[in-house]
Design a binder for this molecule. Structure first.
Ligand SMILES: [Zn+2]
Length: 319
């Protein structure tokens, strides 16, 4: 390791879906590719470092996850510090994606009530929901993003971990997790806590990159979502298993098309091919197309689930 401060020792973790500790290695670690980057840099919202850690697949349930990995406290402290102007630069495009998703959520929820967006970053989704009449607020570990979003949109964003917030049980109609679940050290605990905060029959929305999608299969090791910030790699089967285990019934699973500016997509595309990325950016620049909003899909998947009214749960802590 080249970091000036001593990096924390890696932690061995069991399968987050079925708790087994029995796996095959999918991709071995490539620690020799480690760049000089501190934790805050690694875990920023737009973090795009290639996955260099070991990826494993559970032999019992087929869930794929990073193991071993940095300890949870190191991951959360990485998210808490650092700034992320690159993420903020893409807000307009994100707002458009969110407006379309809200229509679908409103149909499922039936009425516009209280909404909580977890890992809200700069709060673009909270602002979009508020503008459509929701009583919306967010929660975000990163101090810089939380402060920037609260100022920019005039919304409530509580800074810190979800588990440290004073939310009342059964107080939200909708809880959303946009591109968040794959980053959290303990996704079962997050979903469990969301169930407690949701009203009975409340709606949970989760968006995640699907490693079982055809595009992820075609790209293999070069799939753009295989980055150091993603600890967990769900597919349709494993996300359903975890949701059902934590007290939800799944209503919708579908591809989720997001919008970003063309220049940003080409910039991120350097993970796939540096030469193509540079050539693409040079090509669109003279035409002023860099800021054009384009839909893109690389396996992102939208899941809408409901808090189950009454089921017997193995492992659920409270209702
Ligand atoms: Zn498993």
């Amino acid at each position: 390791m080249k970091n000036s401060s001593e990096p924390p020792a890696l932690e061995h973790v069991v399968c987050a879906v079925c708790s087994a500790d029995d796996y095959d290695v999918v991709y071995p670690a490539q620690y020799d590719r480690e760049k000089d980057a501190d934790l805050a840099d690694k875990f920023r919202a737009s973090g795009d470092e290639l996955l260099i850690d070991q990826l494993v697949r559970c032999r019992r349930c087929s869930f794929q996850y990073v193991n071993p990995r940095l300890p949870s406290e190191a991951i959360l402290s990485g998210y808490t510090e650092g700034d992320d102007p690159m993420y903020v630069s893409q807000l307009e495009a994100r707002e458009r994606t969110f407006a379309a998703s809200l229509e679908e959520i409103e149909k499922a929820a039936g009425q516009k009530g209280r909404l909580l967006d977890i890992g809200t970053a700069a709060g673009a989704f909270v602002a979009a929901a508020r503008d459509r009449g929701w009583q919306a607020e967010g929660c975000e570990p990163n101090k810089w993003l939380a402060g920037w979003g609260a100022d920019h949109y005039g919304i409530t964003i509580r800074q810190g971990s979800l588990f440290d917030q004073p939310y009342e049980p059964r107080s939200f109609d909708v809880i959303t997790l946009w591109d968040v679940i794959e980053h959290t050290p303990d996704p079962a605990a997050v979903l469990d806590h969301c169930r407690v905060l949701l009203k009975p029959g409340g709606v949970l929305v989760v968006n995640y990159p699907d490693i079982g999608s055809w595009i992820a299969r075609v790209l293999g090791r070069r799939w753009l979502f295989l980055t150091s910030v993603h600890l967990y790699y769900f597919d349709r089967r494993t996300i359903r298993m975890l949701l059902e285990k934590t007290g939800y019934s799944v209503a919708t699973v579908r591809p989720h098309i997001q919008r970003l500016e063309l220049d940003y997509i080409l910039f991120r595309g350097a993970t796939l091919s540096r030469a193509l990325s540079a050539a693409g950016r040079a090509m669109v620049k003279p035409f002023g197309l860099g800021r054009a909003q384009v839909p893109y899909w690389l396996g992102q998947t939208f899941v809408l689930a409901r808090r189950a009214s009454m089921v017997l749960l193995a492992g659920a802590t409270s209702w």
